[in-house]
Design a protein around this ligand. Structure first.
Ligand SMILES: Nc1ncnc2c1ncn2[C@@H]1O[C@H](COP(=O)(O)OP(=O)(O)O)[C@@H](O)[C@H]1O
Ligand SMILES: [Mg+2]
Length: 250
């Protein structure tokens, strides 16, 4: 690893401690009122928002560190249920934009309830009930980050709907994220996976980002030995299909 990269990763890593201190402080104010004093409803709301945003930064810091590890070819396998993995990714996404939805997702008791909550937000989740409860062996941090990036893009660029399909076949986890937005003309299909590339703002008129998400997604997928396929055309929405090899459960 180059010296510059180490310096940047160290800087990102060192953000963890102050973030933990801020989180602990806010949690104390919220949960230990006998010691710190009562809160008005308004104050509590402000603190909860601060806590949520602190959590978002923590996730981003972990994402950045995960990408660094990925570039070194480090893959951390663990056994986990697909339901937990998908729910966590969804909670992280909605924490940022619709915190009430993320609370509802947290409280869903089964797949059917989750599907209903998502459908109200225009998100269709298609997964077999048996697969939902199954354990898989994969690098959860990487897969969560991929899912989050693709879903965030789909939510950002959709017209009305987003569809997430999850399946397992021949030792691979296969998932696709599809939206019904303006789509991506084929001349951009390679370019959007390059760092800092964004399609011309005038073409989609959407809120601009940084053009880093998909480049990161590609690094993570390649390091797991997976593949990504993009199907999209102008005005036809976009579908990103990802195949991630699973390890036999230990
Ligand atoms: N689902 C999508 N529909 C249309 N365009 C997309 C979609 N996903 C990505 N793009 C295009 O690819 C570019 C790069 O995406 P990304 O790397 O995630 O960066 P960012 O989200 O920061 O803009 C986006 O700016 C957008 O132009
Ligand atoms: Mg993005």
């Amino acid at each position: 690893m180059g010296r510059e990269r180490i310096k940047i990763d160290l800087l990102i890593h060192d953000l963890k401690v102050p973030l933990a201190v801020i989180e602990a402080g806010i949690i104390s104010l919220l949960n230990r009122r006998e010691k710190y004093g009562p809160l008005t409803g308004q104050q509590e709301k402000v603190l909860r928002r601060a806590l949520r945003n602190n959590k978002v930064i923590k996730t981003l810091v972990n994402d950045a560190l995960e990408l660094g590890k990925s570039r070194q070819g480090i893959v951390n396998f663990s056994n986990l249920r697909l339901s937990g993995l998908i729910e966590d990714a969804l909670v992280e996404i909605f924490d940022l934009t619709h915190c009430n939805t993320s609370e509802e997702i947290r409280h869903c008791l089964d797949l059917e309830a989750l599907k209903n909550v998502l459908e109200e937000k225009g998100v269709l989740l298609l997964i077999d009930e048996v697969l939902w409860g199954q354990e898989v062996c994969l690098d959860a941090a990487k897969v969560r980050q991929i899912l989050r990036n693709l879903l965030n893009n789909a939510l950002k660029y959709r017209k009305d709907r987003v569809e997430l399909v999850v399946d397992k076949r021949d030792g691979y986890l296969i998932f696709s994220v599809r939206d019904d937005g303006e789509g991506i003309p084929s001349i951009y299909h390679e370019k959007i996976f390059k760092c800092y590339f964004q399609m011309d703002a005038t073409e989609s008129g959407c809120v601009r980002g940084h053009g880093l998400g998909l480049a990161g997604v590609m690094v993570l997928i390649e390091d797991m030995g997976g593949r990504l396929f993009l199907e999209s055309g102008e005005g036809k929405g976009a579908k990103f299909l990802v195949e991630v090899p699973l390890r036999a459960s230990r």
